[in-house]
Write a new protein. Structure first.
Lengths: 460, 470
């Protein structure tokens, strides 16, 4: 069942969805523009006097409501030396308020059969509620209480830090996680470089006072987007939602300058582990979500390695050579410039061969026009699968939050097919040349280096 | 009703997106409320193919699924993992459709598709716009009958499946332990081997094994369709009839498999492997949904690990700070009776033996004192709410109907909520006393190589080192 305490599937789903916006998943709209829009219930957008942006989408097929608050306070706002602070603030919301202890919050939410969760990503944090319509009042009270009256009890914060330290240690057993952390650390010369959850060095330095300060500097309505989706009427928005939100006072948000900077390649980082399969990441600087080439890049990446079964990397590395079970490429477009990466796992002995094949495909797509059929296939998928990006409450809430956060406009479902539809083979070649840099890659290999034939040769 | 709990689920989910997978079904929550089965229509074609249809007009989308009544339980020792291998091979083409074209065609139609294998079934699905359902239907009808199994594809795909096994199990100490525990829990039942199969068995597979497996199990008589979404039954059914109706029915394979006799003593497995933290998993033999006790075990699962006010989280994670995480997991929807699992990771510095004592203490408490009314109600509320939430996905609705169909018919779904509601504090005490007891359990303990954890020194039943294979 789905309700297990700390390692439930449900949480992993949420985790996944609220984390990176990888292009393979950022899939949208229809060939016939109107059909894309039809997939989205109409959305009411309001800016409240406290500057909170409120988005409401009614959908009455089931008697429940999903609420997602998106707070512009991700780990990129962690102060140097206190990495993991943004996440502790998000988690800390649920650890006690002026009216309720953590235990009382847990008991109340569980008794309603509801889900109240909070997560932090690199760009933003979210507070999420899923609750039956009949319990909506109680759920909203709880939601506002944890959002506006958290007290961050010292022992609770310490407990959270201890658990996080243990989870960081446990994650050392996952080669792909080890590779990802090393890759980010090597690549980014910006606050995107550290893990959202912090590190073994930074976490012990964080005090509950820092958590509270971070909260005071960031958790204001004028720094947030609230999305409400599901079985709710305009009248209920007026009587139940608005009065609660209006009581939340605007405040001063600490603004930080973010400077995107990247380490240049080529460079290889080798990490030795007694494992049977090498976990490999190859990549470099990517783009931000606001890059005008985003749509051409979506098409290009789909053909290269983002398009699942239809991608070139999948065909060459998995289907033809049997070298991997999973292989894919991603752009990770963030508020500021994110990364590009190819990720694959292959048995130690074939690490070199798989990497060579991946790089060859990177070079090839920069050298030659993609086939007309490939271009059409990519566009048809990206456009045709759009309605599936918002086919349940949770997905719709997430989608709307991102549309607002990245400033895409509520007519995005209408625009997307036009943007993607306009991409040509020339565009694909141009963006491949501009944004793929096979000679400047940072490569991370977590493997049994001896078996992989990669032992101690220093540098790349 | 979830499956493999724990830590590696995130990885499974990532893989799920990238490729074909062996899934320990990622159903977020059971979907389809009581009474919803009233809207389900069932038809059986003359060739034996059952068709289960449920209209849902929320969005212009549909999920088209073909479920075969074959999984790792149908395999034989020495050739384990064939079901999952065949699942991979189902993407290698037919006389009409070229290798790997299946997914490409679905994707070009704006659809997502994949497949998953369990102990009891192998399922294929396409999620796509409802006006493209014909594409999915034709492709599925074609590969049900006309799959072409080529030696070259077989050899390459076997390498892929070996990579999959390395990724899921070989390099994942917790998954590795889990597999060993299950291998010890069953002596006769095919649930003793993992869905993906043993690595050494993969070497033994042959193309003709696959061909005969396909012939035996992939027939209309041993399959059913579930379609949920935006369509009209009276319009869709004739099209399905046309696509699948001309296939010869085939024989219904014998689904009976030998079962283990009841346990009389605890079994212990110790795995020493390079890992950061120890891990502990226990499996108790329990009945499936054919026995009303299984619903009391569902509620027990929620009492132990449903949310942060559950006993495991509240007592072991929060109060005693013994566990980084702890979970319980019942096997309601299993074809043959399987296990009720509990698993936990100790906090660094905490002793595995101490954690095990605390877990045993929680199990003993279930037997010795009745659950309080509020706690029972909380568990039931969680299950009911999750049921409603689960209806939000066409895929989960279809999968839930299908999983009930595999075990006892989709109509069994109607029993779910009423049976949960009927569970009393006395039932929980009774099933805990009957099933969740030491003599009925198999315990697996992962000791990180080089760790000072004392546990396992006194364990002599069965030692295993870190090597793969059996």
């Amino acid at each position: 069942m789905h309700l297990s305490s700390c390692c439930s599937v449900f949480r992993f789903f949420l985790n996944f969805s609220s984390s990176q916006l990888r292009i393979f998943l950022v899939v949208a709209a229809l060939l016939i523009p109107a059909a894309g829009a039809a997939a989205m219930p109409s959305v009411e957008r309001t800016v409240l006097p406290n500057q909170l942006v409120l988005l409401v989408a009614e959908e009455h097929s089931l008697p429940f409501v999903t609420v997602q608050l998106l707070m512009n306070s991700g780990s990129r706002k962690d102060p140097p030396g206190e990495e993991g602070l943004a996440r502790l603030a998000a988690r800390g919301l649920l650890l006690g308020t002026s009216r309720r202890s953590a235990t009382e919050i847990n008991r109340e939410i569980d008794f309603l059969g509801a889900f109240l969760t909070s997560y932090a990503g690199m760009d933003y944090a979210t507070l999420n509620l899923k609750i039956l319509k009949k319990d909506m009042d109680r759920g909203l009270d709880l939601f506002m209480d944890v959002l506006t009256q958290p007290v961050f009890p010292k022992d609770e914060i310490q407990r959270e830090i201890d658990k996080t330290l243990a989870a960081i240690r446990s994650a050392e057993d996952q080669p792909d996680d080890v590779a990802e952390k090393a890759f980010h650390k090597e690549l980014y010369l910006s606050p995107y470089g550290h893990p959202v959850e912090g590190t073994g060095e930074s976490l012990p330095r964080i005090s509950r006072d820092s958590v509270e300060r971070f909260y005071r500097d960031n958790y204001h309505p004028n720094n947030a987007i609230l999305v409400v989706v599901g079985d709710i009427t305009p009248a209920e928005v007026k009587t139940k939602i608005l009065p609660r939100l209006e009581a939340w006072k605007a405040g001063t948000v600490l603004t930080l300058r973010f400077k995107a900077a990247f380490a240049g390649g080529p460079k290889t980082v080798k990490i030795n582990r007694p494992i049977t399969q090498a976990s490999i990441l190859i990549g470099h600087e990517g783009v931000s979500r606001s890059n005008p080439d985003y749509y051409a890049l979506s098409v290009m990446n789909y053909i290269l390695g983002g398009g699942g079964f239809a991608a070139r990397l999948f065909e060459e590395i998995r289907n033809k050579r049997g070298l991997a079970y999973s292989v894919a490429s991603y752009f990770d477009p963030r508020k500021y410039t994110g990364s590009f990466q190819i990720a694959l796992q292959t048995r130690n002995a074939s690490a070199g061969k798989a990497m060579k094949t991946a790089l060859k495909e990177m070079r090839k797509i920069r050298r030659k026009f993609v086939k007309r059929k490939e271009l059409e296939g990519a566009k048809k998928y990206l456009i045709g699968s759009f309605p599936m990006r918002m086919d349940n409450q949770e997905k719709l809430a997430r989608f709307l939050g991102q549309v607002e956060y990245y400033g895409l406009g509520l007519d995005y479902p209408d625009k997307y097919p036009i943007f993607v539809g306009a991409v040509t083979r020339e565009d694909v070649l141009r963006v491949a040349r501009k944004y793929l840099h096979p000679k400047k890659c940072i490569t991370v290999i977590v493997a049994n280096l001896k078996e992989a034939g990669l032992e101690e040769k220093d540098g790349s | 009703m979830l499956f493999r709990p724990c830590l590696s689920v995130f990885r499974f989910f990532r893989n799920f997106i990238a490729s074909q997978l062996l899934i320990f079904l990622v159903l977020i929550a059971p979907g389809v409320s009581a009474g919803l089965t009233d809207q389900v229509a069932e038809t059986v074609l003359p060739n034996g193919l059952k068709i289960i249809l449920l209209e849902n007009h929320k969005a212009p989308l549909v999920t088209f699924q073909v479920w075969y009544r074959v999984g790792s339980r149908n395999e034989t020792p020495g050739k384990t993992g064939l079901s999952h291998m065949l699942e991979h091979m189902m993407f290698k083409g037919t006389k009409k459709v070229g290798p790997e074209m299946f997914s490409r065609i679905i994707q070009e139609n704006g659809g997502n598709n994949n497949a998953f294998t369990s102990h009891d079934y192998t399922a294929y699905y396409e999620n796509l716009r409802s006006d493209r359902v014909q594409v999915a239907m034709d492709l599925e009808a074609d590969r049900m009958r006309n799959l072409v199994l080529r030696g070259t594809d077989f050899r390459t795909e076997r390498m892929v499946v070996m990579e999959e096994r390395r990724q899921r199990t070989e390099d994942n100490p917790q998954a590795y332990l889990w597999e060993r525990m299950e291998a010890a829990a069953f002596k006769v039942s095919p649930y003793q081997w993992p869905i993906i199969g043993w690595m050494e068995d993969m070497e033994r597979w042959t193309l003709s094994d696959l061909k005969s497996y396909y012939k035996t199990y992939y027939s209309p008589a041993n399959a059913f369709l579930v379609v949920v979404g935006d369509f009209k039954k009276e319009e869709l059914l004739p099209r399905i009839r046309k696509a699948f109706g001309s296939h010869p029915g085939g024989a219904k394979p014998d689904q009976r498999r030998e079962q283990d006799s009841p346990r009389k003593e605890e079994q212990r497995i110790v795995v020493r492997k390079e890992a950061q933290l120890p891990f502990l998993v226990k499996g108790y033999h329990v009945p499936n949904l054919h026995d009303q006790d299984s619903y009391a075990l569902e509620v027990t699962e929620a009492i132990l690990s449903g949310g942060k006010s559950s006993r495991f989280y509240k007592n072991l994670v929060r109060e005693k700070r013994l566990a980084l995480e702890a979970a319980a997991d019942n096997s309601l929807l299993s074809y043959d009776p399987r296990l009720f699992y509990i698993s936990a990771v100790p906090m660094p510095g905490r002793d595995t033996a101490e954690l095990e004592r605390a877990l045993d203490g929680e199990m003993a408490r279930l037997r010795t004192e009745p659950v309080k009314e509020e706690e029972l109600q909380r568990a039931k509320n969680q299950i009911e709410a999750a049921f409603v939430f689960g209806q939000d996905s066409l895929f989960s609705q279809a999968a839930l109907l299908a999983r009930h169909e595999i075990v006892g018919g989709w109509k069994k779904l109607d029993d779910y909520l009423p049976s949960i509601r009927n569970v009393t504090a006395g039932d929980i005490q009774r099933v805990a006393g009957r099933y969740l007891v030491r003599e009925n359990s198999t315990v697996g303990i992962l000791i990180p190589e080089g760790s000072k954890d004392s546990r396992g020194q006194g364990v002599k039943e069965k030692h295993e080192d870190g090597k793969m294979g059996r």
